[in-house]
Each structure stands twice: as structure tokens, then as C-alpha cells.
Design a protein around this ligand. Structure first.
Ligand SMILES: C[S@@+](CC[C@H](N)C(=O)[O-])C[C@H]1O[C@@H](n2cnc3c(N)ncnc32)[C@H](O)[C@@H]1O
Length: 231
């Protein structure tokens, strides 16, 4: 499934594709280290089922999920990123488990309720977040990480619309989701990022009260083991 594909004509001049292709081509060495959020989410053990990695880049998270035997759909506008991921998947014998989709997330929409884990790290858009939440299956997990507005102090070039506002993304979770954790990760040079993990409750499950910080860790009756979040 990791075929080297032609860039669709409508994406040829896409500014995001051109920008990220240039970045990935310019002496970029992909580490393929999975994101800590992916490691945590997979350790919690979402129900059996496929994983969706949005704005995947050359994703170690997609590889980790495939190594765990899960089918993965990895979406990015950059064909260079997808090429790097595809080559790495082939070298690990994981091609059959990873579907690469070159698409603009601002227009591409995933199937609703299909994925046991939806992951997006290093990208933010409210409409894409809404589509990501809709793609989570009952009992599944949603993991998201993006820069906060505070990151613009360290990185003045960051556009405001790429940054999470107060309480986001947890504040935007629709009914039926339960917040597991939302924490800020501060890295002086890179800027503050916010990391969130949430679950879509099974039909009929009741929401449990949040702790003072809005954090569900340690609350009883979750039904899933909850390893500590990554630091
Ligand atoms: C900061 S990188 C994050 C990559 C990876 N998720 C990670 O955590 O390392 C942002 C990624 O978003 C992709 N991207 C940017 N705009 C996009 C869009 N409109 N549609 C799809 N992917 C996009 C870029 O190509 C890039 O791979």
C-alpha cells in the first residue's frame, strides 16, 4: 500500500506542499522516532482497529502502530514526507499495513467513526480537528499536539491560526468525548506545545466528572489501563 504515487495535479502548486517538500529535501534526516503521544496512546491500548495519522510527515508514529499490527492511514500534503515514510515502511516490511494519502487536510475528510486512534502532531486547524474527532470510533482515542499562542513569543513567525487558543483543543471536544489529559510542554527554543489525549466514550457510557485541572487521569472506572503520560 506504500506505493510511490504521483502528486495530484491540484496539489502541484500547493504552498504547503512546496514549503514542506523543500524542508524535507534540504538536508533533512528523518529520525522515525515515534511521537510520545503515539507511544502513550498505543500503550493505553485503544480497541482493535485502524489508526489515522494526520499531517504525518515521515512518521515514526505510523511505523510504531503498523509494527503493532494495526492498519495505518497516513495523510500529508508533502509527497517527499510520504516518500520517506513509504521507503522506511518498505525497509521494515510494513508496506502492506500503511496507506499513504497525499492530500490537503483543509479539504480531505476521513470516514466518520472508523479509527481506533486518530493522531495529529505538529499541525493545527479547527476544521481539521472537528473532522479528526468525527473519525474516532466508539471507545477509540484522539491524540493531538500543536503550538499554543504562547509559542509565538519564541517563534514570532508562527501564524496565529496555527496556534491553539486558551483551553484548546480540549475545549473543542464534542459531546461524547472524555478528556484523559491535556498538558503544556514547554521548550524554550521551540515554543510551548499543548498535548491532548481524549477518548470517545462507548454509546451509553456516562461522562465522569473532571478533576480541577480538567484532567481525567486517576479517575476511576475508565475501563482502560492508563499508563502515565509522556513528560
Ligand atoms: C511540523 S510537521 C509534523 C509532522 C509529524 N506529524 C510530526 O509530529 O513530526 C507538519 C506536517 O504537516 C504537513 N502539512 C502542512 N499543511 C498541510 C495540509 N494543508 N494538509 C496536509 N498536510 C499538511 C506538512 O507537510 C508536515 O509534514
Amino acid at each position: 500500500m506504500c506505493s510511490d504515487q504521483q502528486t495530484p495535479a491540484e496539489l502541484a502548486g500547493h504552498p504547503g506542499r512546496l514549503q514542506w517538500n523543500a524542508r524535507y529535501e534540504r538536508g533533512f534526516a528523518a529520525s522515525f522516532v515515534p511521537h510520545p503521544l503515539a507511544v502513550w496512546a498505543l500503550a493505553i491500548g485503544p480497541p482493535d482497529g485502524p489508526v489515522l495519522d494526520l499531517a504525518c510527515g515521515p512518521s515514526g508514529s505510523a511505523l510504531l502502530a503498523a509494527e503493532a499490527g494495526r492498519p495505518v492511514t497516513a495523510v500529508d500534503v508533502s509527497d517527499v514526507a510520504l516518500g520517506l515514510l513509504g521507503a522506511q515502511a518498505r525497509s521494515r516490511g510494513l508496506s502492506g499495513l500503511i496507506t499513504l494519502i497525499q492530500a490537503d487536510l483543509l479539504t480531505w475528510r476521513p470516514p466518520r467513526g472508523k479509527y481506533s486512534l486518530v493522531l495529529c502532531t505538529g499541525y493545527w486547524d479547527r476544521a481539521v480537528f472537528a473532522a479528526g474527532t468525527a473519525a474516532v470510533a466508539a471507545g477509540g482515542l484522539l491524540g493531538w499536539e500543536a503550538f499554543t499562542e504562547a509559542a509565538r513569543q519564541a517563534r514570532p513567525g508562527l501564524c496565529p491560526q496555527w496556534c491553539l487558543g486558551a483551553g484548546e483543543p480540549a475545549a473543542l471536544l464534542p459531546a461524547g468525548f472524555e478528556l484523559i489529559s491535556q498538558d503544556d510542554v514547554t521548550d524554550g527554543e521551540r515554543g510551548t506545545r499543548r498535548r491532548m489525549l481524549a477518548t470517545r466514550m462507548q454509546a451509553g457510557a456516562e461522562a465522569r466528572p473532571r478533576t480541577a485541572g480538567g484532567d481525567m487521569r486517576g479517575a476511576a472506572g475508565a475501563g482502560m489501563p492508563r499508563p502515565d503520560p509522556p513528560s
